[in-house]
Design a protein around this ligand. Structure first.
Ligand SMILES: N[C@@H](CCC(=O)N[C@@H](CS)C(=O)NCC(=O)O)C(=O)O
Length: 226
């Protein structure tokens, strides 16, 4: 049985579990997952990892104001004044709480915690698939350099682009029907086309058939919103 061993002439005794960083409490501070895609991104990574974590929700009404930034700074300890932020007790310098304050950095950190657990033989995390985050494993030589480069490019583009789309169509998974009065701007339409192209490229790399249906789906979407 995992975590147990027999000593000659003695009863079964518990094997001490390896101590890994993930043994320390994790707290994720986020906005509403229906409206904050950055929050959802970090939450999904943690959920997918199988690690135990506490979820703290912050009401984001008034986002962008000095008051809201201050409220978030106080709740998270992150100078950015934005969510998501992950607090990891005892993992900071000198045993302080470590704060990771960006969704992509949180995804990377969680995957690395999982890698550490796997390497240490810690069996508490149920889902091995969360590690590593990028394709092709953690080793550099002989692994999927191309896949990682492409995946990182896609994640970075997602992180730093699509300003018009974000402004005109902020995430709202509860909303139904058309949303932009007068239709989206030309810049927004370009952003949408680029998202569709990006997805199609990614799908083509893994599954040519789903790529065809995705291209036709994105073309239909573009026709509807234009
Ligand atoms: N690039 C950052 C973006 C974080 C971000 O913009 N968060 C928004 C919520 S979706 C926020 O905290 N806004 C509060 C404010 O601006 O006052 C990340 O990926 O974590």
């Amino acid at each position: 049985m995992a975590g147990e061993k027999k000593r000659r002439g003695s009863a079964t005794i518990a094997n001490p579990r390896p101590i890994t960083m993930a043994s320390q409490p994790l707290k994720l501070i986020i906005g509403d997952k229906s409206y904050s895609s950055w929050s959802l991104r970090a939450w999904l990574a943690l959920k997918r990892s199988g690690l135990a974590f506490e979820e703290i929700n912050i009401e984001l009404a008034g986002a962008g104001s000095d008051e809201m930034r201050e409220k978030i700074r106080t709740a998270t300890g992150a100078g950015s004044g934005k969510v998501p932020a992950l607090q990891h007790a005892g993992a900071g310098l000198g045993g302080a709480t470590l704060v990771v304050w960006d969704s992509l950095a949180i995804c990377e950190y969680v995957a690395e915690l999982c890698t550490e657990m796997i390497v240490a033989g810690d069996d508490r995390r149920p889902d091995e698939l969360s590690s590593p985050l990028w394709p092709g494993g953690t080793a550099v030589r002989g692994s999927d350099l191309r896949g990682r480069a492409v995946a990182r490019s896609v994640a970075a583009e997602m992180h730093s682009s699509f300003a018009a789309l974000r402004n005109e169509m902020p995430m709202n998974v509860r909303k139904r029907g058309a949303s932009v009065a007068g239709g989206p701007s030309a810049a927004c339409v370009k952003d949408i086309a680029r998202v569709a192209e990006l997805w199609a490229e990614c799908r083509a790399a893994v599954d040519p058939c789903s790529c065809c249906s995705l291209i036709s789906l994105s073309k239909s979407l573009l026709l509807i919103i234009q």
